[in-house]
Write a protein that binds this ligand. Structure first.
Ligand SMILES: C[S@@+](CC[C@H](N)C(=O)[O-])C[C@H]1O[C@@H](n2cnc3c(N)ncnc32)[C@H](O)[C@@H]1O
Length: 276
């Protein structure tokens, strides 16, 4: 800002939240990179110290959000602090970029909250998508969500609330390692809590149903980690905070005879012969 001109317009704060993608260096889009490089200040919540060091090569003022996690304190507290940090700089008239691993809007509370808050206060704000664990999962596991449909749930939500699972499609469970943690202080809850998840799933799936535990590579030298097991093994098998659990379909799609009759009538009225 030109401090000698009393009529100069003060700089307007601006917020972007961008995704880093999952794999270091190779997933960052040109647009996300441009948001980082044009920012006055960058805040980073990325998967590990190596990735964070790489973000530092893109901008001279990168501030880590990782130290705000505190042992035994709710992650919601940390996430609110992140929003306050981002918004503090936006309100001070700076261009702020929050860098989050994967996609900044997928299973990520703070970017959505900060963007909504910035807009409510009259600032421009933008979310720039990134390659999520979800995208990697489709590629590495050969799943097309359009084939049978795909339901994505936070594992804890599945045990806290009465949800309806559609076993005709894929079920993708996020944050399964911390399932059942009502305090939001733990990254891993352990076998007894996971058994609660298994018991909920057993209401819809047979015990021998296959599950896939998936970890997308975060470094270019890594390969995807894909472990297959039985549903009943889910409680006791090792599971990290960086893994996502997939349940393939357990039932075949049932044709909807009522709707088929209606479509047949419409086809006939429109002069189409019927089923192809
Ligand atoms: C807070 S969410 C963040 C997701 C992230 N925003 C994204 O776009 O993928 C954390 C959850 O993402 C999934 N996740 C994180 N890293 C992963 C990885 N390397 N491979 C597979 N899933 C991962 C796990 O389900 C984990 O519990």
């Amino acid at each position: 800002m030109n401090t000698t001109d009393p009529h100069a317009t003060p700089p307007r704060g601006y917020l972007s939240c961008v995704g880093m993608g999952m794999t270091l260096g190779s997933h960052l889009t040109p647009l996300a990179r441009s948001h980082i490089q044009k920012a006055d200040v960058v805040f980073a919540a990325v998967s590990d110290a190596l990735v964070e060091a790489w973000v530092r090569t893109l901008h001279p003022d990168v501030r880590s959000l990782q130290p705000y996690y505190r042992e035994g304190r709710s992650r919601m507290h940390t996430y609110r602090e992140w929003v306050a940090l981002l918004m503090g700089e936006v309100r001070a008239g700076r261009r702020v970029c929050g860098v989050f691993y994967g996609h900044p809007g997928i299973f990520a509370w703070s970017p959505h909250k900060a963007i909504a808050m910035a807009r409510a206060e009259g600032f421009d704000a933008h979310m720039e998508p990134g390659i999520s664990a979800e995208d990697c999962l489709y590629a590495d596991l050969g799943i097309d969500p359009g084939r049978f449909g795909c339901q994505h749930l936070e594992a804890s939500q599945l045990v806290f609330f009465e949800r309806r699972i559609d076993t005709g499609g894929y079920l993708v469970l996020w944050q399964a390692g911390a399932v059942g943690d009502r305090t939001m202080t733990r990254f891993e809850t352990g076998a007894a809590y996971r058994q609660v998840l298994v018991d909920v799933l057993l209401e819809d799936y047979p015990p021998e149903h296959e599950i896939v535990v998936y970890r997308a590579p975060t470094l270019p030298v890594q390969s995807p980690r894909i472990r297959r097991a039985l549903l009943t093994d889910l409680a006791t098998m090792p599971l990290t905070a960086e893994e996502t659990v997939v349940l393939p379909p357990a039932s075949t799609l049932k044709p909807n005879a009522r709707v088929a009759a209606r479509l047949t009538a419409l086809d006939a009225a429109a002069g189409f012969p019927g089923d192809a």
